[in-house]
Design a binder for this molecule. Structure first.
Ligand code: NAD
Length: 453
């Protein structure tokens, strides 16, 4: 059974490579010529731990191929998966389906035999039926079936997630399509992975329901963190105390600067749109979005407050630009919004990220300076802002920050350090939902120093 994957991005490349590793003959297609050229040479165009090795070994084994030609990829394919992007449509906040529809058209024009056309991209309820219509129009008389198979992998952990899924969701009205997809995922099914078999619309909705629920947990814990700050609680304890309840679960209860990335922002917006169109508003999700929108401004206010009300001329070492660690993805990264806003207020922002520098520069340009290491960013800094919890930032001890900085002020938007350790470090340490650690009992020390400059 040959498999074609249309769209060789984070999802397409990881799933294509993993399917190849499971033994299938896979061809990944992308319109982006540069991407495919790199892949043909065995280079990976994205940063994802473990991926280069897996791509290379599967190319070598002759199971993984790359092309820019959809017709070539689908020629002998029994299963064609669509894994193109579904970004937010500027006009109305809905998912922009132009890439999915274009892919469907190209598949329709190229197919000359029976195949199952599967939407792996995250798409609003009912999109599968549009795919069916478009394929039929492009190739009247073609024998094919459609299915939905949403993807749940997380960037930074993508290979593990793909190879150890919590569940596999297949939505289709066709028994033949279901059987073929069961075959595709047979090794997982044999391992006892939960197989959720449903209709197309429910399958499409499952992905949005899952992502918007996780985003809800994030906005919820962020609100709790703000309340903790006001009433003098500790969000880490609150989070542990509630998360250990198995009905709630600990995941996605870490407070922070708000959710970003390639999925939650666009999927929450699309969910609201889906609700509006169905005349059944997703009011909880609307609130989740509103909390998250205000979040980055609150984070900027935190930095401003720690700087004594003014960041003009202050040197800010800004650590982390990607939306989370272990990826180079900066799509909708809150870190970029905060860094840009601080620069707009007159701060000298000197940023460092282990993987996302090039991508960040292509989004926000040179409003901030890009350093080649954390040391370089920290050298002479008045304030350190940690925006992404990369391991290399966590592995540094407070004194390794302090000895490079001009002033010991840290705003940790990821709660990376224990308060006790920071209390001993001489830092003014501001984190999320926890008490501010002052170098002196009245907290005047760092502030006074900053104001005196
Ligand atoms: P991406 O932007 O990284 O990749 C999409 C790729 O599709 C691009 O390389 C683009 O050039 C290519 N493309 C677009 N139209 C094409 C066409 N007609 N033919 C060939 N190639 C085409 O996107 P992504 O992050 O992989 O996301 C893809 C989908 O998967 C989205 O719907 C997303 O919501 C969903 N998803 C993403 C993640 C994630 O963590 N990134 C996780 C689960 C689901």
């Amino acid at each position: 059974m040959k498999v074609a994957i249309i769209g060789t991005g984070y999802v397409g490349l990881v799933s294509g490579t993993c399917f190849a590793d499971l033994g299938w003959d896979v061809t990944c297609v992308d319109r982006a010529f540069d991407k495919i050229e790199k892949l043909k040479k065995g280079e990976t165009p994205i940063y994802e731990p473990g991926l280069p090795e897996l791509v290379e070994s599967n190319i070598r084994a002759g199971r993984l191929h790359f092309t820019t030609d959809t017709a070539e990829a689908v020629r002998d394919a029994a299963i064609v998966l669509i894994a193109v992007g579904t970004p937010t449509r500027k006009l109305d906040g809905n998912a922009d389906l132009q890439y999915v529809y274009a892919a469907a058209r190209e598949i329709g024009q190229a197919l000359d035999h029976f195949a199952v056309i599967v939407t792996k991209s995250t798409v609003p309820a009912g999109t599968g039926f549009q795919v069916r219509r478009i394929v039929s129009e492009a190739n009247p008389g073609l024998d094919f079936e459609i299915a939905s198979n949403p993807e749940f992998l997380r960037e930074g952990n993508a290979i593990y997630d793909f190879m150890h899924p919590d569940r596999i969701v297949i939505g289709t009205e066709s028994d033949r399509a279901r059987e073929m997809l069961e075959r595709l995922y047979q090794p997982f099914i044999d391992d006892g992975v939960e197989f959720v078999s449903t209709d197309v619309v429910s399958s499409e909705l499952i992905k949005y329901a899952a992502n918007t629920f996780l985003a809800t947990k994030v906005s919820f814990i962020n609100e709790m963190a703000d309340i903790c700050e006001r009433v003098g609680g500790n969000i880490e304890d609150v989070s542990r105390g509630m998360g250990t309840d198995r009905r709630i679960g600990r995941a996605f209860l870490q407070p922070g600067p708000g959710y970003g990335g390639s999925c939650f922002p666009k999927d929450t917006l699309a969910m609201v749109h889906i609700g509006e169109r169905a005349l059944s508003p997703a009011t909880i999700v609307e609130a989740v979005i509103s909390v998250n929108r205000q979040r980055c401004h609150r984070m900027v206010a935190k930095v401003l407050e720690a700087a004594g009300g003014d960041v003009r001329g202050r040197h800010i070492a800004f650590l982390g630009l990607t939306f989370k660690p272990n990826t180079d993805d900066v799509r909708d990264s809150v870190a970029l919004v905060i860094a840009e806003e601080l620069a707009g207020m007159g701060a000298i922002v000197r940023a460092y990220d282990p993987e996302g520098m090039e991508q960040a520069r292509s989004v926000i340009g040179d409003v901030i300076a890009y350093c080649s290491s954390a040391d370089e960013a920290l050298e002479g800094a008045d304030i350190c802002v940690i925006a992404t919890e990369w391991k290399e930032f966590r592995d540094r001890r407070p004194e390794q920050y302090r000895r490079l900085m001009a002033r010991p002020v840290m705003i940790d938007l990821r709660n990376m350090f224990p308060l006790r350790e920071m209390a001993e470090s001489g830092f003014r340490y501001v984190s999320i939902g926890r008490k501010t650690v002052e170098p002196e009992a009245d907290g005047s020390h760092a502030l006074a120093e900053l104001t005196a400059r």
